[in-house]
Design a protein around this ligand. Structure first.
Ligand code: NDP
Length: 329
């Protein structure tokens, strides 16, 4: 059936400025790392994308290697772009990345100019796009001059293949260097994509300050710690969960009794606030104005709907914040 997007889609989402740029992103963005690959069910991920767009989510995040198999998430997304979103390209912010292993040989990963430019071309072909809105260096390459990696991002923009560029998982120190190089090249760094959640707080040790000082946005990935920051693992490991899937990146070894104890306490606090744990975990990130958007995943429509409700309460009292610190410490 032809998809007609919700006419009221922009009424309930908030849009936050990305650093000091002219671009706004939805407070919640959707990532296609899991659940959109060749192993997944078309009608399910189609419904997730439609639900997202209907709720005002304008930003979809991909990478060359998302699947499995690698490349299939971009291919599947390309099919849906054509089928459902062709008339809405200018309402969408689509990102992709290169950095992790994508093809064999010396030019299929890391940060060389050769790899980044070839990979961007491949991503555009898979998605059937002329350009992506944001193209990222997916990880810092210790063996390639940073000038070369950032120079490749700058070229990609100048070639019209991306509108903006970003970096992902760079340390505070390397981020500062990359941001300066990009500034000198005349292609400012738009955004940084780090892993950040209640369970993963490395960005608080310097990166957030670097981003704030340089006017660069921040979009945390895995804000639910891949599903740990929900109530789903409290009664065992559901057979359809990421931890149970062979290709899932969440390993059962990460679900320790100590972690479960923390989840249990956080869940109780969330319920006191009238939220699910997923909603509280997302709101906890969004309370910081330096966070542009939280980049969530979802394996079904109901999860997306649950997570979206975090927008209804992003306020934390000092007492709640200190309880959370107590649980996490
Ligand atoms: P999350 O931490 O949001 O985890 C998403 C998973 O948690 C879902 O697939 C689902 O897993 C479970 N879940 C989500 N919502 C709920 C809910 N409301 N209730 C119960 N369970 C829920 O994010 P991801 O780890 O998926 O990462 C998000 C995006 O970040 C990726 O798609 C990608 O775009 C980006 N990313 C970037 C990286 C980088 O290096 N730059 C690395 C990793 C991710 P289940 O299958 O168990 O149902």
């Amino acid at each position: 059936m032809t998809y007609v997007p919700n006419h009221a889609r922009y009424e309930h989402m908030s849009y936050r400025r990305c650093g000091k740029s002219g671009l706004k992103l939805p407070a919640i963005s959707l990532g296609l790392w899991h659940n959109f690959g060749g192993v997944d069910v078309f009608e399910n991920y189609r419904a997730i994308l439609r639900t997202a767009f209907d709720a005002g989510i304008t930003h979809f995040d991909l990478a060359n290697n998302y699947g499995p198999p690698p490349g299939s998430a971009e291919e599947n997304f390309g099919v849906l772009l054509k089928k459902d979103f062709a008339a809405h390209r200018d309402e969408l912010i689509i990102s992709s990345k290169a950095g992790h292993l994508m093809w064999p040989g010396p030019y299929g990963e890391w940060g060389s100019r050769k790899y980044l430019i070839a990979s961007c071309d491949q991503s555009l072909k898979r998605m059937g796009l002329d350009y992506v809105d944001i193209f990222y260096s997916h990880r810092f390459d210790p063996n390639t001059p940073l000038e070369e990696t950032m120079g490749a991002l700058d070229s990609i923009v100048r070639q019209g293949k991306a509108l903006y560029v970003g970096i992902s998982s760079y340390t505070a120190e390397n981020s500062a260097k990359a941001i300066q190089i990009l500034k000198d090249l005349g292609t400012p760094c738009l955004i940084h994509q780090p892993k950040y959640s209640m369970f993963e707080r490395w960005v608080e040790g310097g990166l957030m300050d670097v981003l704030e000082e340089s006017g660069v946005g921040c979009i945390p990935f895995s804000p639910l710690a891949q599903g740990l920051l929900t109530d789903k693992y409290l009664k065992g490991i559901p057979s359809d969960s990421r931890a149970a899937k062979e290709h899932g990146f969440l390993k059962t070894s990460q679900i320790t009794p100590e972690t479960l104890q923390k989840i249990e306490k956080l869940n109780a606090l969330a319920l006191e606030r009238g939220q699910t744990l997923a909603q509280m975990a997302l709101a906890w990130l969004l309370k910081d104005p330096r966070i542009t958007s939280v980049l969530i995943g979802a394996s079904r429509v109901s999860q997306l709907k649950d997570s979206l409700k975090c927008l209804e309460n992003q306020h934390f009292s000092a007492e709640e914040l200190s309880k959370i610190e107590g649980i996490l410490s």
